[in-house]
Design a protein around this ligand. Structure first.
Ligand code: PLP
Length: 408
């Protein structure tokens, strides 16, 4: 069957090769009584907080499972708007909150709404791989902007201004980012917003990890900048509701009507039991639990990052949020793909090679997800240490020189 051309532009996930190999190995290791440690998954190891589960059960029991309006339950839109006021001191009109099937649904809708075939959208390299594909699926062209550790792997306003061409329509950023866990400094984001405004484009800021931030210097929502910024968000990470498929975006008011038409036609509405359950997210006891879990993620970061550095696995920028570390393995290997597979075979620790996220020096990096217990993180560090120690002695001078090269 002839497939639409747009599907050819949608790249596969290389990480699926890792997942498949890890599954096969796990079956074998389990038979031998050995365990694998998965530091590859991009989802929290907690499930939804108990009040959310109870609210979901009650909604199902009481039959609150029919369609809702396309932009979502008014009460949920109001609760989200109130949260911006309470937590960030930013007033948001509930009519600007649009509930979606995860941040993925929001990004899909936003790209279909704003991107014409042939339009360019600027985004950083490395980036969350799906971001390229949301743009490509709308017929647009993702244009990657190389970043370095010096700018926390985030693009600068000057870079965006210089890269803006006749076909450029907008910018898609994530702060904190996946795979690096690093945020854009608020003053730089303000400068980026000014450039985008001057150019008459759109600024989409994926803030799915905003509430999982550990450094108050970066914790401010982009919505504080102005009413034209589009903020993407989700219940997946901070509220640990990945499979419930619920997210939202805050958009300029005039986008709500066309989004309602688009979403209503494409999928009618987001899951209504999930929306009823999500109302419980903003209850004080749920927020207290979410904050405890955030603190636990910060504790894990503070365990794993120093442990990696002691091993000579460099983390050039300390992550300030999410649950990822972007790690330089060039001291030990010329190719993070081979490195990750070898580490998995030898130690059972599962990591994700940089290839999915980066086009610049993907072979230098891997992503580690610390959505795992402190005990497992310590065990993983021990296993990595035992694996790396003999290799450190053999590390050839060329490899060491690569590790000492400035970061691209
Ligand atoms: C940066 C980023 N954006 C969006 C998503 C999609 O999240 P969801 O659709 O579950 O809300 C993810 C998931 O890992 C992500 O890391």
């Amino acid at each position: 069957m002839k497939l639409a051309r747009r599907i050819q532009e949608v790249a596969p996930f290389y990480v699926m090769d890792v997942v498949r190999a890890a599954r096969e190995q796990e079956a074998q290791w389990q038979r031998q009584g050995r365990n694998m440690i998965h530091l590859s998954v991009g989802e929290p190891d907690f499930s939804a907080p108990e009040p959310v589960v109870q609210a979901g059960i009650a909604a199902l029991r009481e039959g609150r499972s029919g369609y809702t309006l396309a932009p979502g339950l008014p009460a949920l839109r109001e609760a989200i708007a109130a949260h911006y006021q309470a937590k960030h001191g930013v007033p948001v009109d509930p009519r600007r909150v649009f509930i979606t099937a995860g941040a993925s649904g929001a990004l899909t809708l936003a790209c279909l709404l704003l991107v014409e075939p042939g339009d360019e959208v600027l985004m950083p390299d490395p980036t969350y791989p799906c971001n390229k594909n949301f743009v490509a699926a709308a017929g647009g062209i993702p244009r990657l902007l190389p970043t370095t550790a010096a700018t926390r792997f985030q693009p600068t306003a000057a870079q965006i201004d210089a890269a803006w061409g006749p076909a450029t329509r907008g910018v898609l950023l994530a702060s904190p980012s996946n795979p690096t866990g690093t945020s854009i400094a608020p003053d730089e984001l303000a400068r980026i917003a000014a450039v985008v405004r001057k150019r008459g484009g759109f600024l989409l800021v994926d803030e799915i990890y905003l509430e999982l931030g550990f450094d108050p210097a970066y914790g401010r929502t982009a919505l504080a900048l102005d009413d034209t910024v589009i903020s993407i968000n989700s219940f997946s990470k901070y509220f640990q509701m990945t499979g419930w498929r619920l997210g939202w975006m805050v958009v300029p008011e005039d986008l709500v009507e066309p989004l309602t038409r688009l979403a209503g036609n494409l999928y009618i509405c987001p899951s209504s039991p999930a929306q009823h359950a999500a109302l419980a997210c903003f209850a004080p006891e749920t927020l207290a639990e979410a904050e405890r879990r955030r603190a636990e993620f910060a504790r894990r970061r503070d365990v794993i990052v120093p442990a990696l550095e002691v091993l000579g696995l460099d983390v050039p920028v300390l992550p300030d949020g999410a649950f990822y570390v972007w790690v330089d393995c060039s001291r030990y290997s010329r190719d993070s793909w081979d490195f990750c597979f070898d580490v998995m075979r030898e130690t059972g620790v599962v990591l994700v090679p940089g290839k999915d996220f980066a086009t610049i020096q993907p072979e230098r990096w891997f992503r580690l997800s610390y959505a795992n217990s402190v005990e497992n993180l310590r065990e993983a560090a021990d296993r990595l240490g035992a694996y790396l120690r003999p290799r450190e002695r053999q590390a050839d001078p060329a490899r060491r020189a690569m590790a000492d090269e400035p970061l691209a």
